[in-house]
Design a protein around this ligand. Structure first.
Ligand code: ATP
Length: 356
């Protein structure tokens, strides 16, 4: 990945060429990203791929080994120069957080506002407690709150000092689903309004797609693709990114006469070596089922079907014995056991060199 040079006095966060090893194991590998003012970016990837370490490096909780981090034109860290965490003006919120047990909710939120005069401080605390729906609990002690309520207080505390950058590591994961979207959306709209660049680590693809202006997909310490949700959806860089958006159909294929031949259709060879093996991926929603004889589709037999209201999920058997999932809007006449045709738009067939 090409390093993006840090422009002097550029707004937002700039990370370039960030690498980090524990012993001789490299867990962050040439990470580069830039988050503009008010943007929300999501960092996604499998467990252990280096997401938390990346956040800890940006926050200054892990000493920088290689690379450069700048925020609103200030260098936070580069080799030989590093600001301590408390001088970075970076807010950090993990899934595991700790409130001060001997301080009431409002006092917890006020903790980082020591320099502020009392009236402004109280107004700021109330503003934050309102944003996370915790005003009725202002005088409560943390041990009297549920886990979700404590999480919301911790969020308010992280937001109160108006950090120039917000790092959220699975910060909403502990909340139950009804509250989660509400607290998350209100938190992110506060950050957007304040112009605060935000980097959010999540395991939840739907959450990343919903809230991310850009998504960075991370694998084995590297960012393998950065882009808008629709860029990652329509042009996934590899099978992992393709699978991020939901279940996929995977097939083996081969390059024959410059074209990729797979059990579900033929795609352009895109310069892949003649005769080489490929992995072909197609999303269930990119396949369409129609009655036999309507066109030149591929014959298949319906194995199972589920009616989900606006969409149907079908499982079909192809002539070569493999099975394929189809997700289709609208009514579907075909019953289990019947023959149908499957039609694929080749633009939605993603082809990669086979891994093995
Ligand atoms: P998860 O989603 O499970 O939290 P992650 O993507 O955040 O994973 P990291 O926590 O950044 O991953 O860890 C990356 C790798 O580095 C893991 O294999 C982890 O075991 C290892 N690691 C993390 N911290 C240390 C440490 N202090 N010493 C040694 N190894 C570490």
């Amino acid at each position: 990945s090409a390093a993006v040079p840090i422009r002097e006095a550029a707004g937002g966060l700039q990370v370039e060429n960030l690498s980090h090893s524990f012993g001789d194991r490299r867990v962050v590998d040439h990470v580069a990203l830039a988050i503009g003012p008010g943007e929300v970016h999501c960092l996604v990837g499998p467990s252990g791929c280096g997401k938390t370490t990346t956040l800890r490096l940006i926050a200054g909780l892990e000493p920088l080994q290689t690379g450069r981090i700048a925020l609103n034109g200030r260098i936070l860290a580069e080799p030989g120069r590093s600001l301590p965490p408390e001088r970075r003006r970076v807010g950090l919120m993990f899934q595991d957080f700790a409130l001060f047990p001997h301080l009431r909710v409002a006092e917890n939120v006020a903790f980082g506002l020591a320099g502020m005069d009392r009236r402004r401080r109280e107004a700021r605390v109330m503003e934050l407690l309102a944003a996370v729906n915790m005003i009725p609990y202002a005088r409560a002690y943390p041990h009297t709150l549920s886990g979700g309520e404590q999480q919301r207080v911790a969020l308010a505390r992280a937001l109160a000092p108006e950090p120039e950058l917000m790092l959220l590591d699975e910060a909403f994961s502990a909340l139950d689903t009804s509250l989660r979207a509400q607290v998350r959306d209100e938190t992110l709209s506060l950050l957007r309004e304040a112009g605060t660049p935000t980097l959010l680590v999540t395991h939840d693809a739907e959450e990343a797609i919903r809230v991310g202006d850009r998504i960075h997909a991370m694998q084995l310490g590297r960012i393998v693709q950065s882009g808008t949700p629709s860029e990652l959806y329509t042009k996934p860089a590899n099978p992992f990114v393709a699978g991020f958006f939901g279940p996929v159909n995977r097939f083996r294929g081969h390059v024959v006469d410059g074209r990729v031949v797979t059990p579900v259709g033929i795609a352009p060879g895109d310069g892949l070596p003649e005769g080489s093996a490929v992995e072909a991926i197609v999303r269930p929603e990119a396949l369409r089922v129609q009655a036999v004889g309507l066109g030149s589709g591929l014959r298949a037999q319906v194995l199972t079907r589920r009616d989900l209201g606006p969409v149907h999920l079908l499982r079909l058997r192809l002539p070569d014995g493999s099975s394929v999932k189809v997700r289709q809007a609208g009514q579907i006449e075909a019953a289990v056991g019947e023959e149908v045709e499957i039609v694929l738009d080749p633009r939605h067939l993603f082809v990669y060199p086979a891994a093995d």
